[in-house]
Design a protein around this ligand. Structure first.
Ligand code: TA6
Length: 296
């Protein structure tokens, strides 16, 4: 990696982990090399859009709580492999900084993770290259590209597990998924019919919406703003809030923090998993933008 542009500084972050601090004209951002983990995106004049727990761990053996965890090559617990880390190894791995450059008013940062002795020795032994490209500006664009560098096909799941900051999740709704069937994880594995209205939050919410490429909008009424999430190359969307009991049960999640966040995750999971032939690659992009809340 050659020298960095003045808009990007590689510094020592929390827990002594290396962090890229990005100052674009229209926004600032932070990306830890640990997990290629976006932990902050703040458009000029806005409050932080990406939520981060005050109780998050910052060590090489733990996932950062909040921000945008990269879930790869599986999502959740890996079927048949209880020993594997929840949500795959990508968010627990050190990613290499391969490129960073100014692009007009925006700043582009690119990180890469390839197979290693550890991953090849795991129960997911394939040769791959994962490239994560973040474009920091008035919007935040994140693209995960996976290339099959093996001589055999492989299937993977992926998620940009985005935590968004809201004023009060109990006064928040998510539009764009109306009528879309989903797996309601607290109640069972089979998809249930979609709801006609916007998604609202009154309890633990953990939904996998399948076969949807829809743009979603988080209407943060208490926070007075809307957050738009558009996506390419993604057929699943997960919506999650742990609610009070699960928040209390997580050591890296403040007991009262659950009211201030909602996860809207850009994914390809379960039936939407991705099959790659040798030398094939697949890209998935999530794009965030903030706007004032239009009155209903
Ligand atoms: O995306 C929702 C989910 O799969 C929930 O079931 C919950 O486990 C959440 O991810 C957080 O997972 P983590 O491993 O980061 O605690």
């Amino acid at each position: 990696m050659s020298t960095l542009p003045p808009s990007v500084r590689l510094e020592t972050g929390r827990g002594g982990l290396p962090v890229l601090r990005v100052s674009a004209l229209a926004a600032t951002a932070e990306i830890y090399l640990h997990g290629a983990h976006v932990t902050s995106w703040v458009p000029m004049g806005q409050r932080p859009v990406v939520w981060l727990s005050a109780a998050s761990r910052f060590d090489a053996d733990s996932a950062i709580r909040g921000g945008v965890p990269i879930c790869f090559p599986w999502f959740g617990a890996r079927a048949g492999h209880p020993e594997g880390p929840q949500h795959g190894f990508a968010r627990l791995s050190h990613w290499e900084l391969v490129d960073t450059r100014d692009q007009g008013d925006e700043v582009v940062v690119q990180l890469r993770l390839t197979d290693s002795e550890a991953t090849r020795a795991s129960d997911w032994p394939y040769m791959f290259a994962a490239t994560f490209t973040v474009v920091v500006g008035a919007q935040l664009s994140m693209t995960l590209e996976v290339m099959n560098r093996d001589t055999t096909e492989f299937t993977f799941e992926e998620a940009l597990h985005t935590y968004l900051a809201v004023g009060d999740v109990r006064a928040t709704e998510v539009s764009g998924l109306e009528g879309t069937p989903y797996v309601d994880r607290p109640t069972g594995p089979d998809p249930v019919p979609g709801e006609p209205g916007t998604a609202r939050f009154t309890d633990l919410t953990d939904r996998i919406y399948l076969a949807t490429a829809a743009r979603t909008t988080v209407r943060d009424v208490a926070g007075g703003r809307a957050i738009g999430i558009s996506k390419d190359g993604s057929d699943s969307t997960v919506v999650w809030n742990p609610w009070v009991d699960n928040a209390r049960a997580m050591a890296d999640f403040g007991d009262d923090e659950w009211t201030g966040m909602i996860c809207v995750e850009t994914c390809n999971v379960r039936d939407d998993s991705v099959l790659l032939e040798p030398d094939q690659s697949h890209s998935m992009t999530a794009r965030l933008e903030v706007s004032a809340l239009s009155t209903p």
